[in-house]
Design a protein around this ligand. Structure first.
Ligand SMILES: [Zn+2]
Ligand SMILES: [Zn+2]
Ligand SMILES: [Zn+2]
Length: 160
């Protein structure tokens, strides 16, 4: 899901999934949780906490930073969003109903983040872990570079 053609549909789909995840666990998808979730999903890029705080300031929500961070923690804890550690930013999870280890391709040019899952990568990581007897808390793989769309754009520019 890089450059989608119908982002309204994306938002509807991920919001439906988020509602289902919350309902299945008896959790409330409150207005603030929904609003912050939608802010993170405003596009397929990543969002920083201060962008969310800024956007909420213009809303009728008068959410204080601690409340916003608590809401982000809630969304993280239930797998509805992911945190990109190196960028200290958040990105929506495209399939929160599945248990998975994700890795991320982050475009440094346009900021789009693609989430990938790969059983082979997962199995190599788990083999390495069992060899080293390391107790895992969280696995995160973040690859930065240039996405296909941005490579193509550059190509077109040099032709012109
Ligand atoms: Zn989309
Ligand atoms: Zn995910
Ligand atoms: Zn890009």
């Amino acid at each position: 899901m890089d450059f989608c053609l119908n982002h309204d549909r994306c938002i509807r789909e991920v919001t439906d999934m988020a509602e289902a995840v919350c309902a299945a666990q008896g959790l409330r998808f409150t207005q603030l949780r929904r609003r912050i979730f939608e802010l993170i999903w405003q596009n397929h890029g990543y969002v920083k906490a201060y962008d969310i705080l800024d956007a909420l300031k213009n809303d009728s929500f008068s959410a204080k930073p601690p409340t916003v961070y608590r809401t982000l923690d809630f969304l993280l804890e239930h797998g509805l969003i992911h945190r990109l550690n190196r960028l200290n930013a958040y990105v929506g999870c495209s399939h929160p109903q599945d248990e998975h280890n994700c890795y991320f391709l982050i475009c440094n040019v346009c900021g789009v983040v693609s989430e990938w899952h790969n059983d082979e990568v997962a199995s190599i990581i788990s083999k390495t872990l069992s060899r080293n007897q390391f107790e895992v808390k969280h696995i995160s793989v973040e690859i930065e570079g240039k996405c296909q769309h941005c490579m193509d754009t550059k190509l077109n520019e040099s032709i012109d």
